[in-house]
Write a protein that binds this ligand. Structure first.
Ligand code: XBP
Ligand code: MG
Length: 247
């Protein structure tokens, strides 16, 4: 029997729906300003999301869709930097809210002295830009992001890094993810994982997740339970999380 000690959150798609109207739009703005004729539609971006990491995603796009174009890693890194500046501008305009239940659950966890961490593929600056005005970044004891792990999700590296930094066994933690790659990463690190799906990830394979939900829900706004057993709970709260980890 394990005691719940920490909650570890993915960022993109989990804390907020940042991909379609955030990162994707910012990539396109960076392409235009660099004089490139690349345009990532909502549909194409769904395919490109199979590759985690913005730099890796651009390399995959070039290899798959534009094999005629030569671009070295430094040029891709510059493009990625420009994209992240546009992304920060978009977030500063306040267009991307946190998903239902996220703020409530984080506040409850903090009040109960649970430890909090972030495990994400995106760059640290993007995490701070999203949290700004929403949640105090100091709530998170560890913010593991971007290139800090040698291999990005679905590799377990980033979750293993968080566990090592917190000096916690996987059995005392729960992970929150929105995608198949993220779930593989967390589960391969030995962490029970709760998935909240979104439009881009609803058809992913979540067989290894403990729970799959539409979102975290709110007391007056139940979530849909797509896989697993919430034992009657209609939203995610700390008693439900404690039950999940002890059975
Ligand atoms: C998120 C990602 C990121 C973002 C873009 O995956 O794959 O690449 O799409 O951010 P996860 P960057 O939610 O599993 O962490 O451009 O900064 O990589
Ligand atoms: Mg995600």
């Amino acid at each position: 029997m394990s005691e719940l000690q920490a909650l570890i959150f993915d960022v993109d798609g989990t804390l907020a729906d940042t991909e379609r109207d955030g990162h994707r739009v910012a990539f396109n703005q960076a392409f235009v300003s660099a004089g490139l004729d690349w345009d990532w539609s909502v549909e194409l971006y769904g395919k490109l999301l199979a590759v985690t990491g913005g730099k890796e995603r651009m390399r995959f796009y070039l290899d798959t869709y534009r094999p005629d174009v030569r671009m070295d890693d430094a040029a891709i890194a510059d493009l990625h930097k420009a994209k992240n500046q546009y992304y920060a501008q978009l977030l500063a305009q306040g267009g991307i809210p946190l998903r239902p239940g996220v703020r409530r659950l984080l506040a409850a966890a903090r009040a109960a002295n649970l430890r909090l961490a972030i495990s994400t593929t995106t760059t640290p600056e993007n995490v701070f830009a999203l949290l700004a005005g929403n949640i105090d970044a100091s709530w998170f004891e560890v913010i593991a992001a971007g290139d800090i792990a040698p291999k990005k999700k679905p590799a377990a590296d980033i979750y293993n890094y968080v566990l090592a930094q917190m000096d916690l066994p996987a059995a005392n933690c729960l992970a929150f993810e929105d995608s198949e790659n993220g779930t593989i990463s967390a589960v391969d690190a030995g962490i029970l994982t709760i998935v909240t799906i979104n439009d881009y990830t609803q058809l992913h394979n979540f067989d290894r997740a403990k729970l799959v939900l539409s979102d975290l829900g709110e007391p007056d706004r139940p979530c849909q339970i797509l896989r697993g057993d919430t034992q009657g709970s209609t939203y995610v709260d700390l008693p439900l999380l404690a039950r999940l980890i002890t059975v």
